[in-house]
Design a protein around this ligand. Structure first.
Ligand code: GTP
Ligand code: MG
Length: 600
């Protein structure tokens, strides 16, 4: 299927575009002459970009038509510390093969094997090609561009060696992408909290270059950690070549400004970092709006803090300018404040509209008889690993293409973190992964948190994944339960999964088993696959059976069947016809199987 903007393209050309899928490419060649020639010709006719994604076997995975300047990129799953295994070849109708900044950021963000642009010319002999490949420089992922190659040169280009080399180095070292922020992390709470801050930073693509732990003595109202420490941080920042300092606790607006001035780089606190992660993870419109709302509220509270400082100064005796005079800075603050308040109002109104739309969508989705199961748990508990493993052992392939749930419109509004898997009895479930929970989640963020957890609120069953090897497991379970309580979902069927049993000590496990003896627990290892079949079975037992509406005509000699339907189902309509009893009812799947032969 052709993707992108195909409006106004003639049928015969659409056929030619569709036929691109049939071209196969030699494993060792970046493209074939036939492919480039045809893409080139089609682009000259339609004057729009054409982009194809090719895997390492040389198979074309997607063909996308763009506008005259750009084409959307295919969805590509992040494979962590590896290149994606996919290269994107596209035409530039302008004739200039230079990679655009969009091309380069797609290459780095999606870790493409290569991005190749073809400057389209009437005469194929003149065509020039630029090839962009990922490379690693000083632990940073960068783009190296090979320019103005002829088609022949491009086809001889030894790109496989290069991508295999890059694949190898990025799997061995911590690579960060270009433009990455190098941060010093500061905590006054505990070493564990500092570790966690590191994880949060990494989730935001911030590279921690140094960690400072300072026991909390007395919090300095101007500099949080005190002036001396701020000076020390200023030196450290230079030595470590950092451009960001992240504090583990919440800072006031004036503390941020004082620290920034003293240290000489951007300073943020844990809340801001968490907000950044949320902003990145939010997919639906509602989630995006709610995160923006939380960000603005956070910002506003800081402006208020600053305003309060100013008021104090103004009220003091002998301050130049006297009461009532307004400095330029203050005027700007006032404007900012008004702007933010207005924007908050607008977002609230927009949210109301989106929420009512979503209610309708959810209604539609709930009509489907596929059960929804959501993984929840403290960050790093192993949710994503577990989901991938479960998908591996039991995915229903008919619904999966390139690992993404593609099917029915039922799920079209869910984001791509939802996967379909089949249980032993062949029932399908939709399994969603969620953002990890964290402790010290500031209260103003809970609304935003909720919106990224829509899947949890809508799930039929929750899988609470616990890292049984962590010494903090008990605190983590509590932090997760607190959030589940806020989300009002503790009454759902919950399976507690004690994960990482390959690594957990028997003593740890014993403590957890005791504490959770009244719960439904399954002990697994996502890493080794131990007990995952048992887990699937337990999920099957916990999934509420779904009602589906069906119509039957049951012959009069099958009265037992009629009585059974009466006992087990919601009868919607019933009348007596010549050939038997007509019954329209909402039935459980299991019952339906038994009466299927009488369905009309
Ligand atoms: N030894 C061991 N390691 C595991 C197991 N399951 C996951 N891990 C490791 O634990 C780390 C965290 O796993 P993830 O799957 O990313 O955890 P997560 O819960 O999705 O984390 P967030 O996305 O941050 O919430 C990874 O390094 C995994 O390799 C397991 O059963 N045994
Ligand atoms: Mg995860």
């Amino acid at each position: 299927m052709i993707q992108g903007n195909t409006d106004g393209i003639r049928k015969s050309i659409l056929e030619r575009i569709e036929n691109l899928y049939d071209i196969s490419i030699d494993k060792y060649s970046i493209f074939t002459y036939e492919l480039v020639d045809e893409m080139n010709k089609i682009t000259s006719i339609i004057k729009r970009e054409i982009s194809v994604a090719i895997d390492r076997k040389g198979k074309i995975l997607s063909v996308i038509v763009g506008d005259s300047r750009s084409a959307q990129m295919p969805f590509i799953e992040d494979r962590g510390k590896r290149l994606s295994g996919i290269r994107v070849i596209h035409t530039h109708p302008s004739g200039n093969p230079k990679l655009s900044s969009l091309d380069i950021s797609a290459l780095l963000d999606m870790k493409l094997d290569a991005v190749v642009s073809i400057g389209v010319k009437e005469n194929t002999g003149d065509v020039k090609v630029n090839i962009g490949l990922c490379d690693v420089y000083d632990k940073t992922l960068i783009c190296s561009e090979f320019k103005n190659l002829s088609i022949k040169k491009s086809m001889d280009f030894q790109f496989r060696d290069k991508i295999e080399y890059v694949d190898k180095i990025i799997s061995e070292i911590e690579v960060c992408e270009e433009g990455v922020e190098r941060a010093i992390l500061v905590s006054t709470d505990s070493e564990e909290s500092l570790e966690e801050l590191q994880g949060l930073a990494e989730a935001c693509r911030v590279l921690p270059v140094y960690k400072v732990f300072q026991k909390k003595n007395r919090i300095d109202s101007a500099y949080y950690t005190g002036q001396g420490k701020a000076q020390e941080l200023a030196y450290l920042r230079q030595i470590k070549n950092a451009n960001l300092v992240v504090f583990d606790d919440e800072l006031s607006g004036s503390q941020v400004r004082n620290l920034e001035e003293r240290i000489g780089c951007k300073v943020i606190d844990r809340t801001t970092l968490i907000l950044e992660i949320f902003a990145k993870r939010a997919k639906s419109k509602q989630a995006k709006l709610q995160v923006e709302l939380a960000i603005l509220r956070h910002r506003l509270s800081r402006l208020r803090g600053f305003g309060a400082d100013l008021d104090k100064i103004k009220g003091g005796v002998g301050v130049k300018g006297g009461i009532g005079s307004r400095g330029a800075g203050e005027k700007k603050l006032e404007t900012d404040r008004r702007y933010i308040e207005k924007r908050i109002q607008d977002i609230k109104e927009e949210l109301l509209r989106v929420v009512s739309n979503r209610a309708v969508q959810r209604e539609n989705r709930n009509n489907g008889n596929i059960s929804k199961v959501a993984l929840v748990g403290y960050t790093n508990a192993g949710k994503s690993t577990l989901r991938n493993k479960l998908c591996e052992i039991s995915s229903c392939n008919s619904n999966l293409k390139n690992g993404v749930f593609e099917a029915d419109m039922l799920f079209a509004t869910l984001d791509t973190t939802v996967r379909a898997i089949s249980l032993e009895d062949n029932r399908k479930i939709a399994l969603s992964d969620t953002v990890g929970f964290i402790s010290k989640l500031p209260h103003e963020l809970v609304e935003a948190f909720k919106s990224t957890l829509e899947e949890v609120i809508e799930a039929d069953v929750l899988l609470h994944v616990v890292d049984a090897s962590s010494n903090e497991a008990l605190e983590q379970i509590k932090a997760v339960n607190d959030v589940l309580e806020e989300l009002n979902v503790l009454n759902k069927n919950i399976i507690i999964i004690l994960n990482k049993i390959d690594k957990a000590s028997e003593a740890n496990l014993e403590v957890l088993r005791n504490l959770l003896k009244d719960e439904n627990i399954v002990e697994v290892s996502a890493a080794t696959g131990e007990n995952l079949n048992l887990l699937l079975k337990t999920i099957g037992q916990e999934i509420p059976l779904k009602l589906i509406q069906k119509e039957f005509i049951i012959p009069y000699n099958q009265q037992a069947m009629v009585s059974m339907l009466h006992e087990t189902c919601n009868i919607v309509k019933e009348d007596y016809r010549e050939e038997g009893a007509y019954i329209k009812a909402q039935v459980y799947e299991e019952i339906y199987e038994r009466c299927k032969k009488f369905e009309v």
